[in-house]
Design a protein around this ligand. Structure first.
Ligand SMILES: [Fe+2]
Length: 170
């Protein structure tokens, strides 16, 4: 499976070493899933939705990229490579948090013990991703209320909730 086809924004990462690490982290997270299953994984188990995890991730990445560009143009220091890498990786822990049971996606026994921001950050550490990317993954959800969010993590956190809250409101 082509990672670049699943997550086209990966091409926006200008640092090729970083892009390579992002790709390796995704491949590791996906190792228990086949190609058809990947597109069937809902992005959340908290609300009924047909929107899959890949679509959600790409929406959050595009929202984050555009928000980052606007902020950067106004003089904020935004690392666009970290922003895109972190947005793409923010939910990769969900590939471990969820599992298939029949035609349903349910929380895995691992997921009952370790939430996706933690497992996602763990995977990012395994592939030596920079701290600025690990912070985005670890702090994108409520876990981030207990640490400092970088400017890039603030953007991904809000863009994640822009999508999630709008799906809930449908
Ligand atoms: Fe998300």
């Amino acid at each position: 499976m082509k990672i670049k086809e699943l997550f086209p924004y990966i091409e926006k990462i200008s640092d090729k070493d970083l892009e390579d690490k992002v790709e390796k982290a995704i491949k590791y997270a996906l190792k228990e899933w086949n190609e058809k299953e990947i597109k069937d994984i809902p992005f959340t188990l908290l609300t009924e939705t047909d929107i899959n995890l890949i679509d959600h991730t790409n929406t959050v990445t595009e929202l984050s990229y555009n928000a980052g560009k606007v902020m950067k143009e106004r003089g904020f220091r935004i690392n666009m490579d970290y922003l895109v890498a972190g947005a793409i990786l923010h939910d990769i822990g969900k590939f471990l948090e969820f599992e298939k049971r029949g035609d349903k996606t349910v929380k895995s026994s691992f997921g009952k013990l370790v939430r996706h921001p933690v497992s996602g950050a763990g995977i990012a550490m395994m592939f030596d991703l920079p701290m600025g990317v690990i912070n985005i993954i670890a702090a994108h959800s409520k876990e981030g209320d207990f640490v400092k969010r970088t400017p890039e993590a603030i953007i991904v956190h809000h863009c994640d909730f822009i999508h999630f809250e709008n799906v809930k409101a449908l």
